[in-house]
Design a protein around this ligand. Structure first.
Ligand SMILES: [Zn+2]
Ligand SMILES: [Zn+2]
Length: 189
């Protein structure tokens, strides 16, 4: 009996979270801060297997950047214009990007864009590549990630700061051929 009851509550909880995150139409209208919070919490559980215990809010003052993670408060801000222009799918990739910063930072792992932990986790959960320099991180650090090598066989992506000749390398996962690409810098998030 107890087993059934636990299972029921578990299901109900997941169900409620999904419903709370659902008010967005396909155009992303109707998402307020509470819905965003539920949305981030759901993605955190589903894609990272860990809870998001801080606050996610919209910030309309963000310009080209899609989202921000704050090292001091652990809160996340998302640009609502991103949602209006590109819809929930693109916004979800930004949320995943910010959650990569969030979970790696809290786990004392490499949470910066240049860190291997970050690059790998981002590829794993399918987040978007860019966001503005993190508040609290010193400028004048390494050059930004502007290039990518993509495996033509398995699709794995390798982010790079410098131009490089793809013919001299092979995919570390499957040994496939790599394709060199320049990332679109206007697509920051
Ligand atoms: Zn970022
Ligand atoms: Zn590959």
């Amino acid at each position: 009996m107890t087993v059934y009851r636990t299972a029921f509550y578990k299901f109900k909880y997941i169900h409620d979270v999904r419903r709370a995150a659902a008010p967005a139409g396909r155009d992303g209208t109707g998402v307020d801060d509470d819905a965003l919070q539920a949305w981030v919490e759901r993605i955190s559980l589903e894609c990272f297997g860990l809870p998001f215990r801080h606050r996610a809010t919209f910030n309309r003052r963000l310009r080209t950047t899609g989202g921000r993670y704050f090292l001091k408060t652990h809160n996340i801000e998302i640009n609502p214009k991103q949602l209006e222009q590109f819809g929930p799918e693109e916004t979800e990739k930004i949320i995943k990007h910010e959650l990569c910063h969030y979970h790696l930072h809290l786990a004392n792992r490499g949470y910066r864009h240049r860190d291997r932990d970050f690059i790998e986790l981002l590829a794993k959960v399918g987040g978007t590549r860019y966001c503005r320099r993190l508040p609290g991180v010193q400028p004048g650090g390494p050059r930004p990630v502007r290039y990518m090598l993509k495996c033509a066989a398995c699709g794995l992506e390798y982010l790079r700061r410098r131009r490089m000749d793809p013919r001299r390398y092979a995919c570390g996962r499957c040994g496939g051929k790599l394709k060199f690409m320049t990332l679109d810098s206007t697509n920051e998030s």
